[in-house]
Design a protein. Structure first.
Length: 278
């Protein structure tokens, strides 16, 4: 939602505000190391503020290279077309002035971020992510109360995808796509993506049949996206679930993170500080 405002530093911090999880990374030359982590069960805003204040004070953290996420359930993604002559500032203004045209039925004010997908002489296709301004303000307000000022707020799917080896992602093409499955802490997430874009994303918070959920989401995607070939599957979760998916669905799982760690999303956020593409 916000573009980076500062130059990359040697320290990068990811904060997952669902519950509360923090990862601090340090980069020396080309090596990235985890130097501090913290995880807590905080329900109220006050508890989260105290937790973050104590953590930053304990480790004397001064870096401004801080990243947080908005869950997919709070974001709206659309691909829109604009005239090729429009600059970024014009697109921002048009989205703001004509919200009902682009997001009909939503009366609350929205905050936007976007990326240009492609451009021709006459038009440009733009991927737009929107979230309610109030929700974004509440999250930023909580952090500001802890005297923490993030340089970027992004949809959480991008952070999850950073956990995949970038070399493996580069092997994907426009029509050969990857599928990331995350099953942990009563959360099911599926992200379908190619080498540069998230094509489909869905979360579930109450479920019993993981295999059935995977089948339904893959069918939902492939029914309306005939040109894409599901080329590679990546899984984050417990090994017994991986075995079930392999056995019952014959999936080509090429990369596995067989761990259930609350810190993974915060780790993916912190990696943004060393991402050459942001």
């Amino acid at each position: 939602m916000f573009r980076s405002l500062f130059q990359k530093s040697q320290q990068s911090i990811g904060i997952d505000l669902e519950g509360i999880n923090v990862v601090v990374l340090h980069k020396k030359r080309s090596e990235i190391k985890v130097i501090y982590t913290a995880s807590g069960e905080c329900n109220s805003g006050g508890e989260k503020i105290k937790f973050l204040c104590d953590f930053f004070a304990q480790h004397k953290i001064r870096s401004k290279n801080i990243y947080v996420a908005i869950p997919v359930k709070h974001t709206i993604k659309k691909e829109l077309q604009f005239a090729a002559v429009l600059q970024e500032v014009d697109i921002k203004l048009q989205l703001k002035l004509e919200q009902q045209r682009y997001f009909p039925g939503i009366t609350e004010k929205l905050a936007y971020d976007f990326a240009i997908k492609n451009i021709t002489e006459e038009k440009q296709n733009v991927i737009v992510y929107a979230t309610k301004q109030k929700l974004l303000a509440d999250r930023l307000g909580l952090l500001c109360d802890a005297k923490i000022y993030p340089v970027c707020v992004e949809p959480d799917g991008f952070a999850w995808l950073r956990l995949i080896d970038p070399i493996q992602r580069e092997r994907l093409t426009e029509d050969k796509v990857g599928v990331l499955l995350v099953v942990q802490h009563k959360i099911f997430k599926i992200i379908i993506f190619n080498h540069h874009e998230i094509l489909y994303e869905h979360d579930e918070f109450e479920f019993d049949d993981v295999v059935g959920l995977v089948r339904r989401n893959l069918n939902h995607f492939t029914t309306s996206n005939f040109k894409y070939k599901l080329n590679a599957f990546y899984f984050i979760g417990e090994e017994d679930l991986i075995a079930s998916l392999r056995q019952e669905m014959d999936l080509n799982i090429v990369s596995v993170v067989a761990v259930e760690s609350k810190l993974l999303l915060a780790y993916g956020l912190a990696l943004r500080g060393f991402d050459d593409h942001h």
